[in-house]
Design a protein around this ligand. Structure first.
Ligand code: BG6
Length: 483
């Protein structure tokens, strides 16, 4: 008899994440021949349905291009649907029967975090979590340190840490991994990567989209828990960590956790001075009228859809270097980037014009909408500039698309890489339990400080660059946002 095949179980298989990200990723992996032979995919949901109706729904959502028609045929043959409530004993039992024999069972929790513990408990009680099981948990794990610990404890009772894959899809983005290559495969940057040469760091995740249909989840979390606790702190860790000894999963994660432990705790004074919360009101985004957040939610809300704050890393390398973080929904343009702002030259030899022209070097790592890395370098302006040499900054630019052309390949969905890593069992790009908990410790500190200082979200019109006070946050130190 042939060996049993691996099975991927999408818990929340009819939900937004599965439809928008996971199934398109699986389709591309199928097209590239990267899915393991015989892999079965069972989508699980509470709604009525069967394999046939599910495949129809997925096909309608995927709207696949002609060149993916063959891949869709192959993928849909793998797809099954189980209409069960996996958080109940009966549901878990029914699921167990449906799964049958499997060489590897991957449970992907595309669910609300409030279901992580009950589902794990139910799966574990019916004996569905064994040596060859892997659990994939979407962020956010919990809503704060306390709830994330509760979830992690239930998970730890059911499975070993090596079986748990906590996803932060930012770690699957090509440019995020490129940041590791940039820092550690080039001798150029490391001697400058510290408080002697770097003035400050900016991390921006600006989105044009609204919260929309996700408001039920979002209204309880807000920007700080939805984006900052995970994606933004992960980017900060990769910028700030010490060189790991190798790329082994724990070598990298040990360094990231040290950064999180060095984050200075927020105080009420920091909440007032060093952070800004905002919530969008009606406005215009990309030429289209946009509703307010409260209109989407249908009632008054105190949840922030924008946050900007100054984080400090209290260690030798980063002493005195502020990390400016900002993220928001309904901003004028979609842009995700990390800016490493170097210090100015200590003395200008170029006279009054040069003094005015000269700008400190800046390394910009753009993740979205383009994948680009560029370093601004001061140059002489061409031509006869009169008595004084005139200067201008020009970018040394590495556009992945341009530099690699065809070889750079199609831009992959971050989940493609991560799904493959789970199936292969490589946890390097996944977040370890202690990392999640340290990140919550920082975020809880900010939330507590906001509560203590009475910092409420300030309104900003959809399509504007954020609430009043965002520019001041950085300009008071004679610095500027990179916009
Ligand atoms: C998700 C957040 O984790 O990331 C969303 O829950 C956000 O609110 C999304 O829109 C952003 O991801 P990306 O890859 O589009 O930057």
């Amino acid at each position: 008899m042939a060996d049993p095949a691996p099975v991927l179980i999408l818990l929340g298989g009819a939900g937004d994440l599965s439809m928008r990200m996971l199934l398109p990723s699986l389709l591309h992996l199928e097209a590239d021949g990267l899915l393991p032979e015989g892999l079965r995919i069972i989508a699980v949901g509470r709604a009525e349905g069967d394999a046939k109706s599910y495949r129809r729904d997925v096909a309608a959502r995927l709207k696949e291009k002609d060149e993916l028609a063959e891949a869709w045929k192959a993928l849909s043959a793998r797809l099954d649907y189980a209409a069960v409530d996996a958080a109940t004993p009966d549901g878990a039992k029914a699921l167990k029967e449906r799964i049958g024999e499997a060489s590897l069972t991957v449970f992907y929790y595309a669910l609300s975090p409030s279901l992580f513990a009950p589902v794990t408990q139910a799966l574990s009680d019916v004996g569905l979590i064994g040596e060859t099981t892997r659990l994939v948990l979407e962020k956010p794990i919990g809503r704060d340190l306390e709830t994330s610990r509760q979830i992690n404890a239930v998970i730890a009772d059911a499975a070993n840490e090596r079986q748990v894959f906590r996803i932060d899809h930012y770690l699957g983005k090509e440019t995020v991994q490129n940041l590791i290559a940039l820092r550690f495969a080039n001798a150029l940057f490391e001697p400058l990567w510290n408080n002697l040469a770097i003035d400050h760091v900016q991390i921006t995740v600006a989105e044009t989209q609204e919260v929309g249909e996700r408001w039920r989840y979002y209204d309880d979390y807000g920007a700080i828990r939805d984006m900052l606790q995970n994606h933004m702190l992960q980017l900060l860790c990769l910028v700030a960590m010490e060189p790991p000894s190798d790329l082994e999963p724990d070598a990298v994660r040990n360094e990231k956790v040290k950064v999180l432990r060095s984050l200075r705790r927020f105080t009420a004074e920091a909440a007032r001075e060093d952070s800004v919360r905002g919530q969008y009101t009606a406005g215009t985004v990309e030429g289209q009228p946009a509703e307010s957040y409260e209109a989407e939610v249908g009632r008054p809300s105190g949840t922030e859809t924008f946050v900007a704050l100054i984080a400090w890393i209290d260690n030798w390398r980063w002493k005195g270097v502020p990390f400016y973080l900002r993220t928001g929904k309904r901003l004028p343009a979609r842009r995700t980037e990390i800016v490493i702002q170097f210090k100015a030259v200590p003395h200008s030899i170029f006279g009054p014009f040069g003094d005015r022209d000269i700008q400190a070097n800046r390394l910009v790592i753009e993740l979205q909408p383009h994948e680009d890395i560029s370093l601004t370098i001061m140059n002489k302006r061409p031509g006869l500039n009169g008595e004084h040499m005139r200067l201008q900054p020009l970018p040394l630019s590495l556009s992945l698309a341009k530099a690699l052309g065809e070889e750079g390949g199609r831009r992959r969905i971050a989940y493609e890489r991560l799904l493959l890593d789970v199936i292969r069992g490589d946890p390097t790009l996944f977040v370890r339990r202690d990392e999640v908990e340290e990140a919550w410790r920082f975020v809880d500190g900010v939330a507590d400080a906001w509560a203590e200082a009475g910092v409420e979200p300030k309104p900003y019109a959809a399509g504007s660059p954020g609430p009043a006070g965002v520019s001041g946050l950085i300009e008071r130190s004679k610095r500027q946002w990179h916009d």
